[in-house]
Ligand binder design. Sequence first.
Ligand SMILES: *Cc1c(COP(=O)(O)O)cnc(C)c1O
Length: 394
Amino acid sequence: MPYTEDRAVWAEGQGLWQHLPADTWRDWTWQLKNRITTTKQLEQLMELTPDERAGCEHANQKLALAITPYFFNLIDRRDPDCPIRKQVIPRAAEQVVSDGEMLDSLGEDEHSPVSGLVHRYPDRVLFLVTDRCAAYCRYCTRSRLVSNAQDYNFHPEYEEGLRYIAAHPEIRDVLLSGGDPLLLSDAKLEHLLARLRAIPHVEFIRIGSRIPVFLPQRITPELCAILRRHGPVWMSIHVNHPRECTADLRAACERLAFAGVPLGNQSVLLRGINDDVDVMKALVHRLLRMRVRPYYLYQMDLITGGAHFKASVRKGIEIIQALRGHTTGYAVPQFVIDAPGGGGKVPLNPDYVESVDDDAIVLRNYEGRLYRYPLAAGEPAAAAPGWEPAFVDR
Ligand SMILES: *Cc1c(COP(=O)(O)O)cnc(C)c1O
């Protein structure tokens, strides 16, 4: 059945927790304390499939089970194929290791000069500041360390990390991630941001966080004031499906945007969840309405036990093709594969170059019509190296 966007619906209410005082429900510390973290708790709230029950049994040896009450409410408990459900409730296939899968598929540990810092690109670093999240995505690319279910014993060394950044003037961009940096206390986060700001060559600071999606209550006025004080701080949130775009998420994005935080979104292409043109189109439209610019669409990383989430690369390109030209340019993310082993993000695009002859490049527009654009004087012509399309599909 094709997905149809309900353009009006944003509200979700308190659902199963409707009898709780609204103040308690909106308190992010209550949400964290009352996360669903055991199979027993989960079974008290919903009927699990045998597949899920098997998945839950072993989850704690791979990646902890945790779902905030707020996010749990977004699950359609009658639908085993609910796209929200599949993101956070373990399934038996998590225990299946397929060919080519790795614990550290992006080779992050090899590119880590100090614990918690990944320095892959010359001018920017990934700073992993915690191993905890508000809830755990079952396809997590960092499940080797996140939630510490595999005894990785991740201990971010802030001081060492800050010292490394300060000692490397080529680092102009610091990306705080983890785990989820917004789980740090306000005081800790403020300290970290202030220390980074004090390094003269750090000109760009951003935070990767799924807190707005799992725990929008955490986006408090106090937190926003900190981000504003040390701004500009950019933020990449992580929304995969239009049903995650609730009134609460929209309000959290608004608070962030009003604090001067430019917002982007990173989605992972997930089989049976969002590997569908209509779903992705509804998602990117919702994101724009929340002041969020779709940034990346990721092909699933080759993490152990992730094969059941893996969608086809072709489908990813088809989605981009269905967006580009057909909707607002701002709504189109860049589809990428993070190269296994640590090659970094590689963009994948539909091919719009039909051919190159002696005096023109022949372009195919979004409707499939052909157009000629004359080459510049002296420009190398036909079949010159560099003209091969990135992805040949003819
Ligand atoms: C994704 C990533 C970045 C940031 O890449 P951008 O393309 O600048 O968003 C930086 N370092 C590492 C290790 C990454 O995986």
